[in-house]
Design a binder for this molecule. Structure first.
Ligand SMILES: [Zn+2]
Length: 263
């Protein structure tokens, strides 16, 4: 038995694919006791085999994969006519194909996933979500206030939270809580402004978004107290949510959109 066969049979025994009683394993062990090359090579080979076996056991291998791979791959032309070669070749092919599968599964986890567009209903849920449970904003755009709002609000980046709290698009939408005093109301009205890129807003609903804040129509939530406005500006979609009496949102809009005196 030569060095190459010796290492193959030792490895097979290590992985439980051959038994210590097999003639070839007995011969391999005898060879190992007398061969300095194998004595040097075997520890590294054994460690590699055990690591490979451990990583393979983490990945479920589809049933029939081994047979399909073996059917597709022509066996190398016989290097030797001894009977052990077909068995060794199949084992190596299965190990290598399983290793490729392990790497593929690992890579797919890091492949950028297309972000699903968000619907208006998903965005409306931003009205009732706990602010403390929201993640950092991590969208790929620069959130900023609508032009008309900038005259009435100071924008501080630390106010921006990420929305939605969970799922594939988590944190991709900017959520800014705000409050605004309305004449005759004992407390300022509170609302939430959501900002997202136009292409992340469900395409079927983009016609709902008017071209600016001033023209946006106050719309009502179905079955919930509260109202919202949707408009677009600078290739961003803005959704302004306000709980309670829809008239508050209409007054808020009129107040911000009113022409300002310079004096
Ligand atoms: Zn040897």
């Amino acid at each position: 038995m030569d060095c190459s066969d010796t290492l193959e049979w030792l490895e097979a025994a290590e992985l439980g694919q051959a038994t210590a009683a097999d003639t070839e394993v007995v011969q391999a062990r005898q060879h190992l006791t007398t061969c300095p090359v194998c004595q040097q090579e075997w520890p590294a080979r054994k460690s590699w085999a055990l690591q490979l076996a451990a990583s393979i056991s983490d990945v479920p291998i589809p049933s029939g994969l081994r047979e399909r791979l073996l059917a597709d791959v022509p066996m190398p032309a016989a290097v030797s006519t001894t009977a052990v070669h077909p068995r060794r070749s199949s084992r190596r092919w299965v190990l290598m194909s399983a290793l490729c599968l392990t790497l593929l599964v690992g890579l797919l986890q890091f492949w950028p996933q297309p972000q699903p567009p968000l619907t208006l209903v998903e965005l409306q849920q931003g009205l009732s979500v706990e602010l403390a449970g929201l993640p950092e904003f991590r969208g790929d755009f620069d959130p900023h206030l609508p032009a008309i709002w900038a005259t009435s609000f100071d924008f501080d980046r630390s106010f921006v939270r990420g929305y939605p709290p969970h799922g594939m698009a988590s944190g991709q939408v900017a959520l800014i809580p705000f409050q605004y005093p309305l004449a005759g109301q004992p407390e300022p009205v509170k609302g939430r402004l959501l900002i997202l890129p136009r292409q992340r807003f469900a395409e079927s609903q983009r016609t709902l978004a008017t071209q600016n804040f001033r023209q946006a129509q106050v719309q009502y939530f179905r079955g919930l107290p509260g109202a919202f406005l949707v408009w677009s500006e600078d290739d961003l979609i803005y959704v302004c949510l306000m709980p309670g009496d829809p008239e508050h949102l209409a007054r808020f809009q009129r107040s911000l959109a009113a022409p300002r005196s310079l004096t």
